[in-house]
Design a protein around this ligand. Structure first.
Ligand code: GTP
Ligand code: MG
Length: 195
């Protein structure tokens, strides 16, 4: 899949600001610093589309990106960042919850986890949120380059067990550094868009 156009549309804190279009939307969520911005850049082959930050927890809004006028990727703020206040955490949760619940264009969630680690409580909660709203999930295990070959299967199993991974969902091994998993992830995204 070739990305010719990758355009930042807008950022939205409120429902009234969501774009008024008819593109299928796929949202991306993950723990702060997991490599979400890198993944968006790698996936779209646009190195500066989503900012790769040294300071985690910067994104505070939903960011909408139009890809080839075919699909809209929605970047959700990184969760689990300790330094933000409880009030901000609550408003994040509210914004995400409203989006997952009310967005009719939403076709699926890409949940990005660190391939090296057992999913955190926040990861599990995000996965369960999606299941609650019956949103299909693509679990993307990123930083694959940091694993020894021997651990690939083992860690995949641990991630799936911890999340209570459901049969209809998808799992993709990914590395932004080594550009692993790009084609597979696009295929899975379009599977969801065609539903
Ligand atoms: P916030 O938006 O700040 O919450 O972070 P993020 O989830 O967008 O992460 P970001 O893409 O900014 O990457 C965080 C750090 O991980 C950076 O230092 C990246 O260079 C590194 N990183 C991201 N993806 C990979 C990967 O696939 N492999 C390796 N080795 N490092 C990665
Ligand atoms: Mg980011």
């Amino acid at each position: 899949y070739k990305v010719n156009k990758a355009q930042f549309l807008l950022c939205a804190a409120w429902k009234s600001q969501w774009p008024d279009h008819d593109l299928p939307e796929i949202c991306l969520a993950g723990r702060s610093n997991v490599g979400k911005s890198s993944l968006i850049n790698t996936l779209t082959n646009h190195q500066k589309l989503a900012k790769v930050s040294g300071t985690p927890g910067k994104t505070r809004t939903l960011n909408f990106f139009n890809i080839n006028d075919e699909v809209c990727l929605v970047d959700v703020p990184g969760y689990g960042y300790a330094k933000v206040s409880d009030a901000i955490k609550e408003s994040f949760a509210d914004m995400i919850d409203t989006y997952l619940r009310d967005r009719e264009l939403l076709r699926g969630l890409i949940l990005i986890v660190d391939y090296r680690h057992k999913p955190t409580r926040d990861d599990i909660q995000m996965y369960q949120y999606a299941k609650y709203y019956q949103i299909p999930v693509i679990v993307v295990a990123t930083k694959e380059d940091k694993l020894k070959r021997n651990d690939l299967k083992k860690n995949e199993k641990r991630i799936k067990e911890t999340l209570d991974f459901q049969k209809g969902d998808m799992f993709v091994r990914f590395s932004s550094l080594n550009k692993v998993g790009i084609d597979e992830l696009w295929q899975d995204i379009f599977k969801l868009c065609d539903n």
